[in-house]
Design a protein around this ligand. Sequence first.
Ligand code: URA
Ligand code: URA
Length: 326
Amino acid sequence: MSAPREDSRAAVAAELLKWIGQHDPDGSGWFLDEGAPAVSEQVPAPPAEAAAPAAGTAAPTAPATPGKSPEPAAPAAPAAPATPVTAPADDDPFAAECAAFADRALKAIADRRAEQKTMCDLGLADADATGALSGPAPDDPVAALDALRAEVLPCTACGLHATRTNTVFGAGSPRADLMIIGEAPGRDEDLQGEPFVGRSGQLLTKILAAIGLAREEVYIGNILKCRPPDNRDPLPPEVLACEPHLRRQLAIIRPRVICCLGRVAAQTLLRTSTSLSRMRGDVHFYQDIPVMVTYHPAYLLRNPAAKRDTWNDVRKLRALMDKLIS
Ligand code: URA
Ligand code: URA
């Protein structure tokens, strides 16, 4: 009798440790923080409720999410990542999937632009409403963005100005290749006037570092520039009032790719009611800019098991960026 009881005690202890690791309030359960998995974790088919392992970029054990891509065996961050990457790239079946995705996405982008050009040529659409965002960038995006910021900070176009502490215009490089779009400022952002500076923001910084990007080289913004009271979802009139600001930011920055964080940002920007899980892993468009979507870091803090899917998403994003920039 005693041996099975010992076994089940050890199993409970192992699950508990895993749970604690995944629920680290600082988000340091982000698996890139933790080296290779312990040998004891390398058992086939963990129970479904154990979810993705928090540790182990090289973990060969995690089952592929149904309908999703296989688990990556190893990250191969293209630029120098802030976090060292442990496993060798040739032990990385997900790399081929990322490359195939990037090729498909490039074709979709070319098709989209050709289609929009035809619409414009036929007089069925005007360039402003379609391809204008990918045209030539302004001569001085830094000055243009500063001027736009000065205009947007005192905005009173919707009711949220009455309850805000600060307008959160956005932050990062005016020449960014990647623009990250969240939902709306939270409490920390409202107090500091900067996007993604709270716990979600710290996790976002780690996610970016995992694909070799520093916060300063991307541009980080939100659908809404002012905090909704009690962090409620944005209301349609607020989105309508605020979206012109985002559109003007995009027209100045002209990122090669947009990444929406979370359901609300994705559904709002893409004008769709499709679920986030169905939108993930594919390329969408805002005018003619390719848009990818992934989980919101606040969601990841509550659901650490989704970090692995996020890792897959951002690796595809990075693969697409590499193709677009090369
Ligand atoms: N959540 C968001 O969507 N945006 C922020 O800026 C911060 C938290
Ligand atoms: N639902 C959301 O609103 N955001 C996520 O990131 C995931 C589910």
